[in-house]
Design a protein around this ligand. Structure first.
Ligand code: COD
Ligand code: ATP
Length: 196
């Protein structure tokens, strides 16, 4: 099974691009969603996060995401500890999911693919980019976050310039119609691709 790693900084539009692949019938795994689901359901993860950030990190049985975010995005050490709890669980979940798919290739979408070496498990990588101010504008509209909060997350992600040097393919996501055409063109290439 060919795995295409799809990544991009916060607000670049990687989920939008992932959805275009889905429309073409390609199975898509979204690491953010899987992480969210695992945090909501795994007793082991709940226990580890509560030990790390205190009882206020869960209300009832659900994580207090705003509180956890306030703890990690300005503290690299704490973010690493949180990543170390969640990333292995997501990796195992992805392997299980992948084994159930029947398609010419699958998409693995993750915000911090290159940063955490997830690209090494992919046959090809696709980077979605957008200008800095455009990313901030989109996230402010979507999540009602402050510029400072968005930039705190960006500071924990590599720049587009650094990731562009490593990516096999890239799409600059400005006009949605163009992005859609770019995905269709890439899909035709990937249907002919061999395992790397
Ligand atoms: C801190 C948490 C609870 C904040 O939740 P929140 O609902 O506000 O954000 P959400 O998870 O939807 O992420 C939104 C965006 O934030 C950025 N982001 C999230 N986690 C990280 C991270 N570990 N490093 C850098 N950026 C990140 C990404 O651009 C992501 O797309 C959550 O992001 C989290 O648990 N992160 C650590 C685990 C992780 O890396 N998840 C991502 C995929 S495995
Ligand atoms: N080309 C575009 N033009 C205008 N708005 C866009 C464009 N692409 C995506 N958006 C919007 O910007 C927001 C962020 O897009 P999306 O969720 O796809 O990004 P993302 O990279 O997955 O973000 P995150 O890392 O925060 O999950 C969404 O509200 C989406 O509808």
């Amino acid at each position: 099974m060919i795995v295409v790693g799809l990544t991009g900084g916060i607000g670049s539009g990687k989920t939008t691009v992932a959805n275009f692949f889905k429309e073409l019938g390609i199975p898509v795994y979204i690491a953010d969603d899987a992480a969210r689901n695992l945090m909501n359901t795994s007793k082991k993860i709940k226990k580890e996060i509560t030990e790390l950030f205190g009882p206020e990190s869960y209300t009832e049985n659900l994580p207090n995401r705003k509180y956890i975010a306030s703890q990690v995005f300005n503290d690299q050490e704490k973010l690493n500890l949180l990543n170390n709890i969640i990333h292995p669980a997501v990796a195992a979940d992805f392997e299980k999911w992948k084994a159930q798919q029947d398609a010419p290739y699958v998409i693995y979408e993750a915000a911090i693919l290159f940063e955490k070496g997830g690209n090494k498990k992919c046959d090809y990588t696709l980077l979605v980019t957008a200008p800095h101010e455009e990313k901030i504008k989109r996230i402010k509209t979507r999540d009602n976050n402050s510029k400072e909060d968005i930039e705190a997350r960006m500071n924990n992600q590599w720049s587009d310039e650094r990731k562009l040097k490593l990516a096999d393919f890239s799409i600059q996501n400005l006009q949605l119609e163009q992005t859609h055409r770019d995905v269709e063109n890439l899909h035709a290439i990937l249907l002919k691709a061999r395992k790397n």
